[in-house]
Each structure stands twice: as C-alpha cells, then as structure tokens.
Design a protein around this ligand. Structure first.
Ligand SMILES: Cc1cc2nc3c(=O)[nH]c(=O)nc-3n(C[C@H](O)[C@H](O)[C@H](O)COP(=O)(O)O)c2cc1C
Length: 217
C-alpha cells in the first residue's frame, strides 16, 4: 500500500511516534510518504491553551457524564490554526492516510486545519495517532480524542480506521507532576510505563498497524 503519514508535532514527541508507526508499516512492506504539518505562526503554549479555555468546563463535565460527553463531542467547536502550504495538498493517490498530532484538549489546532484543508480524502481510510502528556486515561485521553477525530473525519467524508495513543509524560505548561500522581492513583504504575519504547506502546502500535493494513506482506 501507498501510505501517507501526516503529522504535527510541536515538541517532538508525536514525531517520534510517527517514526515508530512508519517503521512498523515499512517492515510490513508498505511504501511511505510524509507530510509535516507546520503552523503558520508558532504561538506560546499558554496562548494555545487559552484559546480552548471556554470548552474546559464542558470537557470536565464529559468526564463524569457519558450523555454529556456524547453531546459535547457532537457539538463542540474545534479550534483551528493556520498552517503552511502542504507538500501533498491532494491525497487521492494514497491508499491510506495516517494523521497524527498531540492532544490539545481535543485535536491540536493545526491538525484540525489540516483535516479541513486537505483534498481527496473523501472515502479514504484514515488512521490517527496521538501523544498526550498524561497516562492513557480511558475517557480523558483516549475516548475524547478518538471520538473527536472520528467526528472530524466523518464530516470530511473519510473512513476512520483506528487510533493509537501513547503518553509522552511531558506537558509544556508543567502539568507533569499532576499526571504522575494521577498515573499512580489510577494505574498504580508510573506514567513512563506508557511512553514510547514501553511494552504498552509497542503493543498498541502493532495493534494499530494490524487494524490498518493487516499482519504483513
Ligand atoms: C495547548 C496544549 C494543550 C494540551 N492538552 C493536553 C491534554 O488535554 N491532555 C494531555 O494529556 N496533554 C495535553 N497537552 C500536552 C501534549 O499533548 C503532550 O505534551 C504531547 O505529547 C506533545 O506532543 P508534541 O511533542 O508532538 O507536540 C497539551 C499541550 C498543549 C501545548
């Protein structure tokens, strides 16, 4: 298969995940091309955080109520951000597209703009990959991201083919101490047990590629 890996990475963690996914796909005999999504302007992390603050109370409620969560994912306004011109503005020549980025409450804004901009994606199978600062909390990290991505892809007519999420154990705004405590409380394991290079990440990446392209050539 001809696969396009498109990713945005502000501090390098999602780029490392993109390379791991690429390695796994290449080892199964697929050919790869790259799209590095670059924001038109690099804002400070606090400015990026502030842009989504109006949605944080709704995200908070989503964690305690599944009906609110459904409503939230169906109705929230996804923030977007201008991006630089694309190397592959039309992806119709690819069999599969993998789109990756960091979790920024939901989709990272440059990733959201990419999805809204890219041509030829209607009917295309799309896998998504994400890194987040915390441990893989079922609702806050995994479900909210997956469902948001699914909704965005549905709106642009692409076929959602699966998601892989791995922790970076890093947050530019200094939230790692909080994530460390949450990881010990919820999983009784350090958050580093869920980062790239861990058994957790290896298994998830393998399963993601199995879902996308099957076992091998
Ligand atoms: C604006 C912003 C929002 C973020 N929101 C979350 C979040 O909701 N959950 C989380 O675990 N980490 C969050 N993070 C941390 C990043 O997801 C994490 O550090 C990620 O691995 C960075 O990937 P990158 O190095 O590819 O940019 C946020 C970071 C930024 C800058």
């Amino acid at each position: 298969m001809k696969v396009l890996i498109s990713y945005f990475s502000r501090t390098g963690y999602t780029e490392r995940l993109a390379r791991s996914v690429a390695g796994e796909l290449e080892s199964r005999g697929h050919s790869l091309d790259w799209e590095v999504i670059r924001p038109a302007v690099r804002y400070s992390c606090f400015r990026e955080l502030v842009r989504d603050w109006p949605r944080y109370p709704s995200i908070g409620l989503s964690l305690v109520s599944s009906s609110w969560r459904r409503r939230h994912v169906d109705t929230y306004h996804q923030v977007e951000e201008d991006i630089q011109s694309l190397a592959h503005p039309d992806v119709s020549g690819f069999d599969l597209v993998c789109i990756g980025g960091p979790k920024w409450a939901q989709l990272a804004y440059p990733v959201a703009r990419y999805c809204a901009t890219v041509q030829g994606i209607r009917g295309k199978r799309v896998g998504s990959f994400v890194t987040f600062g915390g441990p893989p909390l079922k609702t806050f990290e995994i479900e909210i991201y997956e469902r948001s991505m699914e909704r965005v892809l549905e709106r642009i007519g692409a076929e959602y083919a699966g998601n892989v999420g791995v922790s970076s154990a890093y947050h530019e705004a200094g939230l790692l101490p909080l994530f460390r405590i949450v990881s010990l409380l919820v999983f009784r394991r350090p958050v580093t047990d869920f980062t790239l290079g861990s058994e957790y990440a290896r298994k998830r990446i393998r399963k993601f590629c199995d879902d996308l392209v099957g076992g091998g050539v």
